[in-house]
Design a protein around this ligand. Structure first.
Ligand SMILES: Cc1ncc(COP(=O)(O)O)c(C=O)c1O
Length: 467
């Protein structure tokens, strides 16, 4: 049993009771240097009943494997944690986290709107059938054409800066329409770094000036407030501070001007069960569950908005915590090496080119065949002919042979969008169906044709010898 804060008496005053929560505390593997990096050595031979060897033989290595069932369970869990505590909750799927079409489609089927941050992501959401009115358009760079489209289609446009306010006002005016807008805010929560480059600062009065500017325009309608306080936020008190600041600003605007806002968008940032580098304890112990985030946030919303006529819609843009654990990466050992300092190294066919999040996580690495000897500290290199290509500086693994497979997880967030087309072809992504035993390719591996598709050859270079 564990609890985030212990109710104590403070100057004779009892603090509010907080619901306890259960969390498994793993004592083994910890020593004075931290957690031993021995990942579970029980081999994993199947994923949801599908043989790993068979998957790799069919679809090639490396391979991203996505679980439809897990993804649906995750989003349902998130929504039920919040909607059982707050009347109206909307989830906007943060496209940048993973915009593979099938993954977006599953989340939209579960009721998620689209949260997009570029013209490309906007177009992609529309191409997947998301109505404009269910698109939240964030980001510091929105092209004129995409803003024209967003105004016409009734998207929620989240304003980032004064130049954007002026540009949008002009566009909406030319189209004789009224754009539905929210202000993106930044401020100091006391718990997170202030991402002050996005939106308008609340603490120095800039946000208030922006709100006045918007409210004076006949072509802009202020309908909400937005902020995204950071990512992988482990302390739920950061969200409580965020909500207090946003509610305070909302009340201030509503009491001074003739407006009533429809929604508060608190952005994303919930941590996934991944091991962030530099965090001492394992994710199972430090990452709050959806219930813990929801309890802290919804309680604060109710407290702050007790005397408001009605509660605003609550918008969540949770990305990584929804998709990360629904996907893993299968990779093949290419070679063994012994480094000059006597450390053992493995060359894998997947590196930071496909596992971009290897730069900031210590992913879990599991064997897919029984262990053949004693574990030894090992460096995991990817296939790139570049020194940066290291996915684990140190992990304890038993001997591996070329052709052995390793399972790396969780990988669902920020890899299938931030992967680099660099040196190697990018691999396929498959989906394990939830309702039958089938597996579908949801993104094909690249090949030479794909790589050359965007290149153009000037006529004087058309032949190899120039004649
Ligand atoms: C505006 C906005 N919303 C949502 C997200 C998703 O964040 P996360 O994946 O941490 O939940 C991001 C990520 O940076 C973001 O910038």
């Amino acid at each position: 049993m564990n609890s985030l804060t212990t109710p104590t008496t403070n100057d004779g005053e009892l603090q509010a009771w907080e619901a306890p929560f259960l969390c498994v505390v793993q004592m083994t593997g910890l020593n004075k240097f931290g957690r031993r990096s021995v990942d579970v050595q029980q081999p994993v031979e199947q994923l949801e009943g599908r043989s790993i060897e068979q998957l790799l033989a069919t679809y090639g290595s490396p391979l991203f494997v996505t679980s439809e069932q897990r993804l649906r369970e995750n989003i349902r869990h998130l929504l039920s944690a919040f909607s059982s505590r707050y009347p109206e909750v909307i989830h906007g799927w943060s496209y940048k986290t993973n915009y593979t079409s099938a993954i977006c489609r599953i989340l939209h089927q579960e009721g998620s709107w689209a949260e997009v941050v570029s013209a490309f992501e906007y177009d992609k959401a529309r191409s997947l059938g998301v109505p404009g009115a269910q698109i939240i358009y964030n980001g510091p760079h929105k092209t004129t054409a995409s803003l024209q489209r967003a105004v016409t289609e009734g998207a929620r446009i989240h304003l980032d800066n004064f130049d954007e306010i002026a540009a949008l006002e002009k566009i909406a005016g030319q189209q004789k329409q009224v754009a539905q807008v929210a202000l993106r805010l930044n401020f100091d929560t006391g718990y997170t770094d202030t991402w002050s480059r996005f939106g308008f600062n609340l603490d120095n009065g800039e946000a208030r000036d922006a709100a006045v500017r918007v409210m004076r325009s006949p072509h802009l309608k202020l309908i909400g407030l937005h902020s995204h306080i950071g990512t992988f936020v482990l302390d739920v008190r950061a969200y409580q501070a965020q909500i207090r600041k946003m509610c305070g600003f909302m009340r201030q605007l509503e009491s001074q001007y003739d407006i009533y806002l429809d929604y508060l968008d608190i952005g994303g940032g919930f941590a996934s069960r991944n091991a962030l580098q530099g965090i001492y304890l394992p994710p199972e112990q430090v990452v709050p569950g959806f219930e813990q985030y929801a309890e802290a946030m919804c309680t604060t919303l109710h407290e702050e908005l007790l005397d408001r006529r009605s509660l605003p819609q609550l918008v969540l843009e949770t990305g990584r915590a929804v998709i990360d654990e629904a996907q893993c990466l299968l990779t093949t050992v290419v070679a063994n090496k012994r480094l000059p300092d006597n450390r053992r190294a493995l060359v894998l066919d997947a590196g930071v080119n496909v596992l971009f999040t290897g730069f900031w996580y210590h992913h879990k690495v599991q064997l897919t065949q029984p262990s053949r000897g004693y574990p030894e500290e090992t460096v995991l290199y990817g296939p790139l002919c570049m020194n940066i290509d290291v996915i684990r500086q140190s992990i304890s693994l038993p001997p591996q042979q070329p052709g052995d497979r390793l399972l790396i997880s969780p990988t669902g967030a920020y890899n299938n969008t931030q992967w680099l087309q660099f040196i190697e072809y990018r691999p396929a992504i498959v989906l394990l169906h939830a309702d039958d035993a089938d597996v579908s390719v949801i993104r094909q591996a690249e090949n030479l044709q794909v790589m050359n598709a965007q290149d153009r050859m000037p006529s004087h270079l058309e032949t190899p010898d120039g004649v």
